[in-house]
Design a binder for this molecule. Sequence first.
Ligand code: SF4
Length: 84
Amino acid sequence: MSEEERVCRRCLLLESGKDGIMLDIRRRIEKLSEKEKASPDVYSSRLGECKKCGFLADGTCLKCGCYPEFRAAFKKQKCPANKW
Ligand code: SF4
């Protein structure tokens, strides 16, 4: 496996170099209503749990296939492994 193909374990999108996807996710999050959106504190706490989670690889949750940076932005979403 080459250096470029290496999977970044416990990396969020922002850290895995997938800037295009992250930009798209930011735009989608900006369009959410305040009613839909998790508070900044909740969002940050959720992503903190993801960073410690063995299912996180290259910015993707291997438990459900989502991008945690997007899933965590929704007030009503839950972690598929009940970590948040
Ligand atoms: S299982 Fe939960 S805590 Fe782990 S990466 Fe997925 S969403 Fe985050």
